[in-house]
Design a protein around this ligand. Sequence first.
Ligand SMILES: Nc1ncnc2c1ncn2[C@@H]1O[C@H](COP(=O)(O)OP(=O)(O)O)[C@@H](O)[C@H]1O
Ligand SMILES: CC(C)(COP(=O)(O)O)[C@@H](O)C(=O)NCCC(=O)O
Ligand SMILES: [K+]
Length: 277
Amino acid sequence: MWLALIIGNSRLHWGLFDGKTLCHTYDTERLSKSFVYYLSKCQRLSEVQEILSSSPHTPRQSLFVGNQQDRADSPTTPSFPLLLASVVPSQTALWLTYPNVRVVTLEDIPLQGMYPTLGIDRALALWGAGKTWGFPMLVIDAGTALTFTGADANQNLFGGAILPGLGLQMATLAENTGQLPNVELPHDLPQRFAVNTQQAIQSGVIYTLLAGIKDFVEAWWQSFPQGKIAITGGDRTLLAKYLQSLFPEIAKRLIVEPNLIFWGMEKTQNAQFFHNS
Ligand SMILES: Nc1ncnc2c1ncn2[C@@H]1O[C@H](COP(=O)(O)OP(=O)(O)O)[C@@H](O)[C@H]1O
Ligand SMILES: CC(C)(COP(=O)(O)O)[C@@H](O)C(=O)NCCC(=O)O
Ligand SMILES: [K+]
């Protein structure tokens, strides 16, 4: 068993693997240094599962009472292997205190033509999607930031784009204006021409984002008529639903998949190391 951890800009994403099989996923808030320590002391799968699914993530001392001393001193109790991919350097530093950790870097991903500052989450999601469904592949990651990241049939980075994600667009309006409230995203596509403030914000953010996605997707298909498109990230389901209502011909060709980055991590040599250890 091994753990995959993706540190995004909003939260942490956890995957619990049995070899190549992804058994469980968890999303957590950012965690404390003592959490890192407790996780490193977990011996049984049930302990890992309990502390990752507890909320808030303050591990109960009682979980470890009894044989904690043995564990601290024994060299024969290694921690669960942890494969880490992070786009938040301060958080990477915290998780490097975990004893059995390996960090995925761009060098571990066999895509060609990557630029040095490309986000590891983008490269992994693209690698995971392309290896699973084939290249050319365009990944839309609807997370804190919304990114497009494409690779051609030769697994060469074609390029992409970065813009504020849905949540960030809404939050920025509320934070930087005197009269705009914090507004939730609606479950269904709102009416375009709104007659109140809340719906006007929803309409503006959603319809311009959908138009932008359509434009990128059409440009992608112009370059790669048979090119595939996968969407991931915390807002993927909502966006796929809006697209289904507004542009069903695009929605029909979208692969909606929450775990692209985990698939990418599993398909690196680093994971191979854990399979063999
Ligand atoms: N339980 C949740 N907590 C936080 N964000 C959520 C949640 N469910 C959906 N979201 C949406 O997911 C987006 C963040 O996506 P995510 O992929 O988790 O971000 P990141 O990987 O960048 O940390 C936010 O814009 C938010 O709208
Ligand atoms: C674009 C991102 C902020 C997306 O982060 P996320 O929304 O997944 O938290 C991240 O991939 C990143 O920091 N990229 C580095 C710049 C680049 O990819 O060109
Ligand atoms: K993202």
